[in-house]
Write a protein that binds this ligand. Structure first.
Ligand SMILES: [Mg+2]
Length: 272
């Protein structure tokens, strides 16, 4: 039996699995096209809140992946829907939102009112996603608002983001400064937490043994899959991952080199 035949629903991480920068990871386009053409459910899960869903669809289309049934969940869309489900009367509450335009758009849809400057120091919510213009004033306002009792949320805790230059600082690295200053830990939406997996669940009716997550990071993708009680496949695209895998207590169910390996017989795949 081929590895691909074990599952009906594929939760697939984007960065490092489907593409790195603007280039497709070898074999990813063919593999995903196969899944889409063979009645498999494909849901992309990305911790990266920098782009909105239509930008991700465009990016996938550019490398050759398209289909009416493309499902994409970002840490920003997951966080917005969690806030909407967990709190009432959002129209009368104030939010200090730090992050990309895409994150702000998603949070805006919850009905929360955005505040800035002095008003933000008394905000009901501090919502954090990393962005390249992150600066001291944002750190300061967020810290003061949290000290004043604001609910503290973050899109994700990824410390670095893979680029062709190498790994660059991401949301988790910036978030750490506010957590250090405030002494409070944010509630995070991204993998390995359950929020994105719960939303993915609402897209289908499969039993957990038919669902697999494929990702390139142990701490987020594989740990998240384990927390969610589904199968896990680690893809060895990150240059440091083999060493990390040897030392980590997090063990994926299967390890593959790239998505083409989904077509291999299970006996040929490394099972941990
Ligand atoms: Mg990744």
């Amino acid at each position: 039996m081929k590895l691909v035949d074990l599952f009906d629903c594929f939760l697939i991480d984007l960065d490092g699995v489907v593409y790195i920068g603007d280039s497709a990871v070898p074999g990813s386009v063919e593999a995903i096209t196969y899944l889409l053409n063979n009645d498999k459910t494909v849901i992309f899960l990305t911790n990266n809140p920098r782009h909105n869903i239509s930008e991700y669809s465009q990016k996938l289309k550019k490398i050759g992946i398209e289909g009416v049934s493309l499902n994409i969940i970002t840490s920003a869309t997951a966080l917005a829907s969690h806030i909407k489900d967990s709190f009432s009367d959002l129209k009368n509450k104030k939010a200090y939102v730090i992050g990309s335009e895409a994150l702000k758009k998603e949070i805006e849809l919850t009905g929360l009112n955005f505040v800035s400057g002095d008003e933000a120091k008394k905000a009901d919510f501090v919502i954090f996603g990393g962005h390249p213009e992150f600066h001291y004033e944002e750190m300061k306002i967020a810290t003061l608002a949290i000290a004043n009792g604001a609910h503290f949320f973050a899109t994700n805790r990824d410390m670095v983001y893979p680029t062709i230059e190498g790994h660059i600082p991401a949301t988790g690295a910036m978030l750490a400064s506010i957590e250090a200053a405030s002494g409070k830990k944010a509630v995070s939406a991204g993998k390995p937490e359950n929020m994105m997996f719960d939303i993915a669940d609402s897209f289908h009716d499969y039993d957990k043994d038919k669902i697999v997550i494929i990702g390139d990071h142990l701490d987020t993708d594989i740990r998240g899959g384990k927390n969610a009680g589904i199968s896990t496949i680690l893809i060895l695209s990150d240059p440091n991952i083999e060493d990390e895998l040897k030392q980590s207590e997090i063990k994926p169910d299967y390890v593959i080199y790239d998505l083409r390996d989904l077509q291999k017989d299970i006996s040929e795949i490394e099972k941990l």
